[in-house]
Design a binder for this molecule. Structure first.
Ligand code: HOZ
Length: 434
């Protein structure tokens, strides 16, 4: 059923945002949520169920953000709620080992054979930080290669040409990060192996790790080229560089084994985030036993956290990941995402609008662009000027997309054929007036 059209944002969201700005930085706790890059004030969400969310004014939306990826089973899934309620009754935090963290680590290892040992943290951000520290500790080297437009959380040393909210800041680097913190960060171009080889030749024996989102999802969604990925693995092997795959968005999302299983790539370290917490704050890093054995208490690389392995978050993650053991879920998610982006592309073509799309399991995205988007420069060159009007139009039709042209979109098992039809109808309607 089509959600009713309303004027947006509604009065309650407007009021809440005015109030929020008096006590929260910019009225939000994460920049993209402020809706600045779509030129409107944000909706305050009060409830979600299945594929739908409801704002403070009781407007209903079909949601393709899904809390930025983790809600593969949709909002407020009964099995996750039950697991959380059960865990809550037993206590909320012990700062001591619990059984659920062992079970979740086993799930992770089972899904990703490249992971021998795991360390749980509270966010993808912390996971990246931990993985980099472990890589530097293991190799005794300092430099790290990242790719322009890839985003690895708001880790100081990686806030250089970062994607997501940092991409809409208007500057390549974040303020407040001392030059010395980013000195050892080298920037290469995604899908361009030569740019990596050039850096490796310029700094022989100095590079600890290459870190990447195997499927970049924070500069829009970009397809990695297989020769590029294979080449990266080869150069890392040859030069004793560790390959770190950031699976914060893609782990258990594009396939149970993440993007590394889709592209048959074996990383040395992997990072995970929100998805493995089933909607709760969880992150993890893990990988080769010899590298992870550098981490305390086994080795000298220190990393710690009271809420790491928190029993409630672990229970939520376990409930979600256990249901995702059924691999047919990914076939179904992939088919729905593909059907939707195919529909978008043909609807756009009918109106003479060029659209580039990418789709991997339950994660997808599109650019208003004439040519395929392969990297950061291509993403920046796409026609983002029409995104604010497009976004607002979709919202008014009851479709909640990411409030930035540089974010990914997410399908859940709760989206049904009716939701997809409704989304396509909205897309056609909005394009008619663009
Ligand atoms: N940077 C996150 C998505 N790539 C968005 C975080 C949030 O606002 O929740």
């Amino acid at each position: 059923m089509k959600p009713p059209f309303r004027q947006l944002p509604g009065a309650r969201s407007v009021d809440l945002f005015a109030r929020a700005q008096q006590s929260l930085v910019g009225g939000v706790n994460s920049p993209v949520r402020a809706f600045r890059s779509v030129g409107m004030s944000p909706l305050f969400i009060k409830r979600g169920k299945g594929a739908r969310i409801y704002d403070a004014d009781d407007n209903e939306f079909i949601d393709f953000v899904g809390s930025w990826g983790p809600l593969i089973l949709g909002h407020a899934h009964e099995a996750v709620l039950e697991a959380v309620a059960g865990a809550l009754r037993s206590g909320t935090s012990f700062g001591a080992p619990c059984e659920a963290e062992v079970l979740l680590a086993e799930q992770l290892k089972d899904a990703c054979p490249a992971v021998d040992l795991v360390r749980f943290v509270n966010s993808g951000n912390e996971a990246t930080q931990g993985a980099l520290r472990a890589a530097r500790g293991f190799t005794g080297r300092e430099r790290v290669i990242k790719f322009a437009g890839c985003y690895h959380g708001s880790v100081d040393s990686l806030l250089v040409k970062a994607g997501s909210g940092a991409m809409t800041l208007g500057v390549a680097d974040s303020g407040g990060v001392p030059a010395s913190f980013v000195e050892s960060t080298l920037i290469a171009e995604f899908n361009d192996l030569q740019s990596v080889l050039d850096l490796v030749n310029e700094f022989p024996g100095e590079i600890a790790a290459v870190i990447l989102e195997l499927i970049p999802g924070n500069m829009g969604v970009i397809r990695p080229e297989l020769t590029f990925l294979r080449g990266l693995r080869d150069v890392c092997d040859r030069e004793g560089i560790l390959l770190i795959c950031d699976e914060v968005m893609t782990g258990f999302r594009v396939a149970r084994g993440g993007a590394q299983s889709l592209f048959e790539l074996t990383p040395d370290l992997s990072t995970f985030g929100k998805v493995i917490g089933g909607g709760f704050p969880v992150g993890a890093y893990g990988g080769r036993a010899d590298v992870m054995s550098q981490v305390a208490p086994l080795g000298p690389v220190y990393q710690a956290g009271t809420l790491s392995g928190n029993p409630v978050a672990m229970a939520a993650g376990l409930a979600a990941l256990s249901l995702l053991e059924d691999e047919t879920i990914y076939t179904e998610l992939g088919a729905k995402s593909q059907a939707l982006v195919d529909g978008f592309r043909s609807a756009a073509a009918e109106r003479g609008i060029a659209l580039q799309t990418a789709c991997f399991g339950g994660m997808f995205g599109f650019f208003f662009a004439e040519r395929p988007v392969r990297n950061y420069a291509d993403a920046l060159a796409s026609n983002v000027d029409i995104y604010p009007r497009f976004f607002k139009g979709m919202l008014q039709q009851g479709i909640y997309l990411a409030p930035s042209p540089y974010e990914a979109l997410f399908m859940s098992t709760a989206h049904d054929d009716g939701d997809l039809e409704c989304t396509l109808d909205a897309f056609r309607e909005v394009l008619r007036h663009l």
